[in-house]
Write a protein that binds this ligand. Sequence first.
Ligand code: AVI
Length: 319
Amino acid sequence: MNQAVRFHDQHVADSHTSFRDAVVAGLSARPKSLSPKFFYDRPGSLLFERICQQPEYYLTCTEEHILADASDEIAALVGPDSLLVELGSGASRKVRLLLEAMRPSRYLGVDISREFLLESTRRLAADYPWLEVHAAWADFSRRLALPEGVAGQRSVAFFPGSSIGNFEPSAAQAFLAHLRQILPPDSGVLIGVDLIKDRAVLEAAYNDAAGITAAFNLNLLQRLRHELGVEVEPANFDHLAFYNEAESRIEMHLVSRCRQTLRLKEWRFPLEEGERLHTENSCKYSIEGFQALARRAGYMPTAVWTDPRQLFSVHYLST
Ligand code: AVI
């Protein structure tokens, strides 16, 4: 088998302009907000990998244990020779827990971070010579399509890490419904979903002692400075993460430490001391709550696995 990665460029040509437009709109809004998808430039993707290794960020290690324990059952549900599509593939680490048991014929990694995607899919192709590896550089929250050459094959979409939690519940439902439309018949979705739990456990996960999540949040400001030329001093902001129980979500914000004005070309964005820039929601679900959402999106929840402490869940949804 050829070990080269087949690369599909699905990124919208105007991504720089749309990034700038989204930043201008977000900084002009009340309250100010920016989409969490902008966290993932290369330094942001590397910081996210470090978050996943922090002892407080139970999501990654718990999901990995669940996947390793359930890999044979998952493989039996999916069947061999499928196309395994990983959404937000990042370092493509978790999928390695499934490949030997599942034996898909093709793998497609989809990610917004181009360099990261290329590096990780190349490593995957080298380590699994029997696997045909594809990489699609795409913002799948905007445009989701299986590239020509892989479309049509019975597929399982793997969406780990509780990234679905970064959509509002109504957007999560719409996203899953759209995913179902583009998957061929008899496909499935294997999705990791973080569970509602004790506030202290949740808040510690987003306020790790080593300060990696804070650096990840503040890196967004570095990105605005380097990529768009926004005049902003990251040291003038604090990281804030807390559990909003009424909405069952962790919220992340950047809090202005002083009265200041961010500048971008002709635009001015004044901030009061203490004013927040909302950067992320990370929604948490009960098992039943997520299954109900999946049913509303048109799926049949077929199986669910969890850990002994019920921290995290992995669902298999049939299309
Ligand atoms: C990618 N996503 C599921 C992570 C989360 O937990 O919502 C992003 C993250 N934000 C702060 N820490 C990790």
